[in-house]
Design a binder for this molecule. Structure first.
Ligand SMILES: Cc1cc2nc3c(=O)[nH]c(=O)nc-3n(C[C@H](O)[C@H](O)[C@H](O)COP(=O)(O)O)c2cc1C
Length: 429
């Protein structure tokens, strides 16, 4: 199975600059600066079918094409906030190899006509940030960053900014406010960042994994990248970070289109002893649950969307038969409620109310009408200012769709059927 993003990985340590370079690192940047125009690079990325790995799966080359070429002073931001529960791929990427990101950002910046780029990195990712700062210094010393890179006339300055920390800082417009030193609330869209972003200038925000793919696409071509996926409608590999009740939780690089069952059985050693698969979050905590019916579902953006969920970040959290899905959803709801930035009323008031409803049901104090009110909130929270609240409702949507009987059982029995001896005590899983 071809490893792309993990191909330079060394057991237990970060690859060095010399090792990366000796294995073909920075050749894509040399190739682009010597013989490709910025539009050629963009077209290659468009043709590759690369879709954003930060959660929404938006086509990367298309996003780049929205940046007006006649407006100077553009910015590129790499989003390494990674606070989505169940997601830890960007951290592992930077801990193993920061150079693909640096090279990918240089290529993206060249294509976009950007001379100043930022990596916005989660506080607590000290090792990743340290690796990145070292990689930037090494690349600059080798003439691969800074003024007049490789004599091409193209210059790029790359800065690392550590977030003060909040989940909302990962939302691209809140991120830009945070980077500008303002309160990290989301901005209205339109105008979209591609036109009016950081300090009012055209800005592209891309995820770490997205940008780290660019050198390999430029080096090997769009057709090669498309061919990495297991199904024709997808492109490339994906980092899946699997956690929960599997035997060997791991972050795996697998072709897009690998089925859920293959991920668990072939790459995670199956379920734990005496565990059977009940459900999973397929792409981080803001995606609706998949169930046993989805065992043979190909994991790619469109297929998972057709099944009523989202591939999201590829953070797969697996639950076995012992999991109370009400308690699991409550646990996630508490996270989102706490992380609401409070900017808009639906999110600020709605998420705590959803938590209150789930808590009542879990504690054996639920009423039939609570299920209806939860369903109404799926609609209400779509009126929030940014996607945090609709995302927070992803697991609630999955709960109502796939586990309604479990909800009803809590209400009828006036207790959690998974913890019958602990009425009133809300537990984690
Ligand atoms: C509340 C919230 C948190 C987010 N957190 C992240 C994050 O940590 N990392 C990330 O890449 N994208 C995150 N996103 C998505 C970004 O807004 C943006 O779509 C993404 O960085 C674009 O990169 P991509 O096109 O390469 O996927 C978040 C979105 C929302 C609504």
């Amino acid at each position: 199975m071809e490893q792309v993003l993990f191909r330079h990985n060394r057991p237990g340590r970060c690859v060095t600059f010399g090792e990366y370079r000796d294995e073909g690192g920075f050749e894509a940047l040399r190739k682009a600066l010597a013989g490709m125009s910025p539009v050629d690079v963009q077209q290659t990325v468009i043709d590759s079918g690369l879709r954003g790995r930060g959660g929404a799966g938006f086509p990367t080359g298309k996003k780049w094409s929205f940046v007006p070429r006649d407006l100077a002073g553009r910015y590129l931001i790499c989003n390494c906030d990674e606070m989505e529960p169940g997601t830890y791929k960007d951290r592992l990427l930077l801990e193993a190899n920061p150079y693909s990101l640096v090279e990918g950002m240089a290529l993206a910046a060249y294509s976009l006509g950007v001379n100043h780029a930022f990596v916005f990195i989660r506080r607590g990712y000290e090792q990743g940030a340290g690796n990145l700062r070292r990689a930037i210094a090494e690349a600059a010393a080798a003439g691969l960053l800074g003024e007049n890179i490789l004599g091409s006339g193209f210059s790029l300055h790359l800065d690392v900014h550590q977030s003060a920390g909040r989940y909302i800082c990962g939302e691209e417009t809140a991120l830009m406010n945070a980077l500008e030193g303002k309160r990290a609330n989301p901005r209205s869209k339109p105008p979209f960042p591609a036109v009016k972003g950081l300090w009012g200038r055209p800005t592209v925000v891309n995820n770490v994994e997205t940008l780290a793919n660019i050198p390999y696409i430029v080096a090997n071509g769009a057709a090669w990248f498309k061919g990495l996926a297991k199904i024709p409608e997808a492109s490339g590999t994906k980092l899946f970070c699997v956690s929960g009740h599997v035997r060997n939780p791991a972050c795996l690089e697998l072709p897009l289109g690998t089925t859920l069952g293959e991920v668990i059985d072939n790459h995670c050693g199956g379920m734990r002893a005496e565990s059977s698969f009940k459900a999973c979050l397929p792409g981080g905590a803001s995606t609706p649950y998949l169930t046993r019916d989805h065992w043979n579902l190909a994991l790619d953006f469109d297929t998972v969307a057709r099944a009523g969920s989202r591939l999201g970040t590829g953070g797969i959290v697996v639950f076995d038969q012992t999991t109370c899905m009400v308690a699991a959803t409550l646990n996630l709801g508490r996270f989102y409620s706490r992380e609401s930035c409070g900017w808009c009323t639906p999110c600020r008031e709605g998420l705590p109310y959803v938590v209150h409803l789930l808590e009542s049901i879990e504690n054996g104090e639920g009423l039939d009408e609570h299920i209806e009110i939860l369903a109404e909130h799926l609609n209400y929270l779509n009126y929030a200012f940014c996607p945090l609240a609709p995302g927070a409702m992803g697991p609630v949507e999955g709960l109502l769709k796939h586990f309604k009987e479990e909800l009803q059982e809590h209400i009828i029995k006036k207790q959690c059927p998974f913890r019958p001896n602990r009425p009133g005590g809300v537990h984690g899983n």
